[in-house]
Design a protein around this ligand. Structure first.
Ligand code: PBG
Ligand code: ZN
Length: 324
């Protein structure tokens, strides 16, 4: 009889043994939950392309932030819809805008929650691009002082971490310098270092009303075909003073996450973006997939690829599922 000495199935024999040899763990402590804040009071608006997510007035956002913290999720990232838009996106640094008010209110009501502020201009500009225009081009260097103002305003409101998502060259250095000038040395920068020009952002742009009014973002976000260039972006942002490096989107770019993780010694974050979320929710609503199973498997794959931090709209559901 053929003698089978090596049997990988031995270590799959029971849940107890499987748990002992499991290589990757997923925890509620890995998550950042994104919040969308709107002007007004006591109002919630469902986001049709992101079932389960809502745009909330500041008072409602504070309630949800408490719930998030009670579930054990350590952090929220704040996105906003402003009261007004103009060519420069000046509502992005208005201390009376929903984002700045939400940061301050959550800081006060839920002191233990880590608050991340998304720094960009596309939700605030009348043209929907992520920077200041010169003709139809986004003017890199003219945008930097505006991003500095946004970062300082969010940090002064009480953000722990500033997350620039605009993809202008030199913005991490510019933001670091502006924070330091305002005695905000202890505010971290989580850079969207590797951000691809992706079709997966579609539902977010509905949610945040931030679609460009003409053209697209390929002149500043990365070409999905490029991997070496990702390493160049990461190296630059580290040299400029980034504290955490992000790769976005997550699922179609796990090879990039692995490369970045193997190359650097900073924490690596991934953004499990709106289109990834919408696909799962749509298939689950049709009964075509098992949502809990798919979500936990997908989030685990991000950890396995090397991510330390996962920004995800699934965070609240996943927190409950991970409890058992
Ligand atoms: C703004 C921004 C975007 C996302 C996060 N910050 C959209 C974009 O760049 O068009 C996408 C998030 C998501 O799709 O969940 N620059
Ligand atoms: Zn933007």
């Amino acid at each position: 009889m053929f003698e089978q000495k090596i049997r990988p199935r031995r270590l799959r024999i029971s849940e107890g043994v499987r748990a002992m040899v499991r290589e990757t763990s997923l925890s509620v402590k890995d998550f950042i939950y994104p919040l969308f804040v709107i002007p007004g009071e006591n109002r919630e608006e469902p986001i049709p392309s992101m079932p389960g997510c809502r745009r909330l007035t500041v008072d409602k956002a504070v309630e949800l932030a408490k719930k998030v913290y009670d579930l054990g999720i350590p952090s929220v990232e704040i996105f906003g819809l402003p009261e007004y838009k103009d060519a420069e996106g000046s509502s992005a640094w208005d201390m009376k805008s929903p984002v700045q008010r939400a940061i301050a209110a959550i800081r006060k009501a839920v002191p233990g929650l880590v608050i991340v502020g998304d720094v960009c201009l596309c939700q605030y500009t009348s043209h929907g691009h992520c920077g200041k225009l010169c003709g139809e081009m986004v003017d890199n260097d003219a945008t930097l002082p505006l991003l500095q103002k946004v970062a300082v305003s969010q940090a002064e409101a009480g953000a722990d971490i500033i997350a620039p998502s605009d993809m202008m060259d030199g913005r991490v250095a510019a933001i670091r310098a502006a924070l330091d000038d305002h005695s905000l040395q202890n505010v971290s920068i989580m850079s969207y270092a590797v951000k691809y020009a992706s079709g997966y952002y579609g539902p977010f742009r509905d949610a945040a009303d931030s679609a460009p009014q003409f053209g697209d973002r390929r002149g500043y976000q990365m070409d999905p075909a490029n991997a070496h260039e990702a390493m160049k972006e990461v190296a630059l942002d580290i040299a400029e003073g980034a504290d955490i490096i992000m790769v976005k989107p997550a699922l179609a770019y796990l090879d990039i996450v692995r490369r970045v993780r193997d190359r650097i010694d900073l924490p690596v974050a991934v953004y499990n973006v709106s289109g990834e979320y919408a696909m799962v929710k749509a298939a689950a609503a049709n009964g075509w997939i098992d949502e809990k199973r798919i979500v936990l498997e997908t989030l685990t794959s991000m950890k396995r690829a090397g991510a330390d931090i996962i920004i995800t709209y699934h965070a609240i559901d996943a927190a409950a599922w991970l409890k058992g």
